[in-house]
Write a protein that binds this ligand. Structure first.
Ligand code: FAD
Length: 459
């Protein structure tokens, strides 16, 4: 079995490792650095920045913690060096893991010829043809180009520029209040920038539970971020040495830097995917539940196929697709499918937000009879001790059976504690099981137990 993977992001690397562990000969083609958007330009550098931002923000609130210390000043060069060393470390580890697993890594730009061959152009102009029995496409996504925003203008940033840390601008307008836009708003506000976030919807983090969205909004407002909700950007241009942002309603914002964080779209132009007549679903490459594209022998995963465009989703899809490819090549029907109901989604602002499964409202809208219980962090010992009594834990369970169907969490450590619920849900546990489990004291996780006890009483 010879399997070719195009794209060495979290999706492609996971697919390559899984296929290699099943005995396939795997070639992984990557045109840039291994690790993809996630390691090089996304999750990891952003969280590295946020860690420094949290310390900076804590020094601003030091007095409340009984400390006498001046607010931290940012050393951009050291900040950048730390970010790069974290990224380099993880990219090195990823490469070593792939090599240990026997994956052949080819550096260059892959172009799909057909299910059995990929042409690779290396940086020095050499061409190589990689032959195989199947191809997994994992070429990821690119920033969404907003009409009216000329991304080639200096000081009109994408997330890549925000992570390059050339400067900490005096002021910055962030377009889009999704997870990426808010994480940068949070970090740059902590570093001292005056931040305005423009969002066309009537809430930040559109799509997440409204109460969780409000907790994050209030936290960012406490940090000095200003929001312009229900407003959209119609034009971004240079004006007298600054950047002028014109909103659809006609008002204008003058700023040093604009960050376009209006989202990402599948990169279907990559690898010649767009030219092969593969079927599309909207802007994404169409696949069936087993990750098969419309061309036999060509499979696709990750941001390229749209859906939840998250690193852990890409990774899981990579593993599942690789299993399906191996099964198919052995003449076995593919059977590995994503279980989207149990996948957490996290936002790493201060305070954090995390969710898994459904909200009470969405459950009821789809006809499921549910109950909900909420535990506020104002009553949680650890949250108070940490000086972060903001937020709540909400658990949603099926009436009668008590089966947990969702949770929404906002507050400190939300992105860590959400997994307790994901494990419970994936194993079909009733909320009473959570209520009966001893949770260490004092922990933020105790709020889950409190909510679970309350929820059990409503079942
Ligand atoms: P990618 O990671 O984009 O990898 C695709 C790879 O394919 C790239 O390395 C690219 O160079 C390569 N490639 C493309 N075309 C070719 C070709 N023709 N030949 C060879 N190689 C090619 N997700 C989370 O889950 N949590 C987070 O906290 C989070 N934070 C984020 C923060 C930011 C600022 C951004 C931008 C994204 C963030 N994401 C986060 C999203 C996450 O990075 C993506 O969902 C994830 O990287 C998608 O993985 P992938 O493997 O599908 O694609």
């Amino acid at each position: 079995m010879r399997i070719t993977v195009i794209g060495g992001g979290p999706g492609g690397m996971a697919a390559a490792l899984e296929a290699a562990s099943s005995g396939a000969q795997v070639t992984l083609i990557e045109k840039d650095r291994l690790g993809g958007t996630c390691l090089n330009r996304g999750c990891i550098p952003a969280k590295t920045l946020l860690r420094s931002a949290k310390v900076a923000s804590d020094t601003r609130n030091a007095e409340e913690l009984g400390l006498d210390c001046p607010p931290a000043r940012v050393d951009v060069d050291r900040l950048r060096a730390r970010k790069e060393s974290v990224v380099d470390e993880l990219v090195g580890q990823a490469e070593a893991q792939l090599r240990r697993a026997g994956v052949r890594i080819v550096s260059g730009e892959g172009r799909l010829i057909d299910a059995n061959s990929v042409e690779v152009a290396s940086a020095n102009g050499a061409l190589e043809r990689v032959e195989g029995d199947a191809v997994i496409l994992a070429t990821g996504s690119k920033p969404f180009e907003l009409p009216g925003v000329d991304q080639s203008l200096p000081r009109v940033w994408t997330s890549d520029d925000a992570l390059n840390l050339a400067e900490i601008p005096k002021d910055i307008v962030v377009i889009g209040a999704g997870a990426v836009g808010l994480e940068f708003a949070c970090a740059y506000a902590a570093f001292g920038s005056k931040v305005i976030v423009v969002e066309m919807m009537d809430q930040i983090l559109p799509g997440i539970d409204r109460r969780a969205s409000r907790v994050v909004l209030e936290g960012l407002e406490r940090a000095g971020v200003t929001f312009r909700l229900r407003e959209s950007v119609s034009l971004v241009e240079h004006h007298e040495g600054r950047v002028r942002v014109t909103l659809a309603g006609g008002s204008e914002l003058l700023t040093d830097v604009v960050l376009n964080a209006a989202g990402r779209v599948p990169d279907i132009a990559a690898a010649g995917v767009g030219q092969l007549g593969l079927e599309m679903r909207g802007r994404a490459l169409k696949v069936d539940e087993y990750f098969r594209t419309s061309v036999e022998g060509v499979w696709a995963i990750g941001d390229l196929i749209g859906g939840m465009m998250l690193a852990h989703v890409a990774e899981e899809e990579g593993v599942l697709a690789a299993r399906n490819v191996v099964d198919t090549l052995k003449g076995i029907e593919p059977s590995s499918r994503l279980e989207p109901d149990f996948i957490p989604a996290c936002v790493y602002t201060f305070p954090e937000a995390a969710s898994v499964g459904v909200t009470r409202e969405s459950a009821r809208a789809s006809g499921i009879d549910v109950v909900q219980a909420i535990s506020k962090l104002t009553a949680n010992g650890k949250a108070l001790a940490e000086g972060e009594p903001y937020g709540f834990v909400a658990i949603v369970a099926e009436k009668g059976s008590g089966k947990i169907v969702g949770a929404q969490i906002a507050g400190a450590h939300a992105v860590e504690i959400v997994h307790e619920i994901a494990v419970a849900m994936r194993n079909g546990l009733p909320v009473q099981s959570l209520a009966a489990t001893v949770h260490a004291h004092p922990t933020i996780s105790e709020a889950l137990k409190v909510a679970a006890i309350d929820c059990s009483s409503k079942i």
